[in-house]
Design a protein around this ligand. Sequence first.
Ligand code: SF4
Length: 369
Amino acid sequence: MAHLYLHIPFCARRCAYCDFSIAVRRRIPAGQYVEAIRTELEMLGPAEPLETLYLGGGTPSRLPADAVTTLLQYVFNRTPSPYEVEVTLEANPEDVTPDNAAAWLRAGVNRVSLGTQSFDDRVLQWMHRVHDAARARDAVRTLRAAGFANVSLDLIFAVPAELERHWAHDLDEAVALAPEHLSLYGLTVEPRTPLARWIARGATAAPSDERYADEYLLAHERLSAAGYAFYEVSNAARDGRRSRHNSAYWTGRPYAGAGPAAHSFDGRVRRWNLSAWEAYHRAIIQGRSPVESEEVLSVEQQEMERVYLGLRTSDGLPLRGTHHRSPLLSALLGKGWLVEQGGRLRCTVEGWLRLDALVSALTGPAGTS
Ligand code: SF4
């Protein structure tokens, strides 16, 4: 498969809202990790030349830079690629030093996705982030000085009102750093996170839907005015700077994943690995497959995915010739949540705010399919 994801689970601590599969470690077992990935990729057998490689986490930037180098050397020596491979590394600002940035670039990383989340120190503290706003700004400057021409910033919106976060100011700060790409995520309350516990005991309020909608719409307005185009419900980019790796997911292309909790998909079967680092590592050193489980997508599930993935992107969903225009579809078009252009159905910004409901409606008995 031409798209490879490597999950690097190590984090300095758990952020308040995070339910990802992570391993909080002061000392990173870098050698064991690299060896485990090497073994897993050998178990997967011969590889196609890569088009994209994504080091996600967790916090990949906590992996020592020499381990990143060893990992990438192994991946690229395994199957040389004739393509200009997009190699993304997720980094937290506190790990972006001149030495690390230079080493990542030398190792072949050409895109950094930086977990900035906010430029308000109170919000960052509330989120349990390690960095402050000054460190995030420094990180972007350090990446630029090292020679990175493709930098993405993550921001989280719709935080509780009591934080009095100035979202427009955060957007302006992000734009002032001139990233090529931005990913915006609405705060969600996942079970078993510190945030869920704070809300359960009344220490903070759950994010409001109204705030979510207001801030999402404001982000579209501000970022569009600054020259970014939303090409996916949560992602905006300058021309030619869409994430090629994530775009492969959204167009239903096959991908392989390695590392704890990594997912793989061959177009019909989705597999995922054991999520805890220790369980994953034990399986690998005992010569067992680290796959925890798999699901074979039924025809209905494949259709649901086709609709969901298509509507997430600005390219939209091809309307199939045999589909009749249902009264439901006409109603959704009439509300301005969807538009039909050139035989494709696309979400408007208002539609993206209601994406899950739209997908349920369109894949239900009264929908287009
Ligand atoms: S750094 Fe990222 S992966 Fe790690 S705890 Fe925070 S949000 Fe989760």
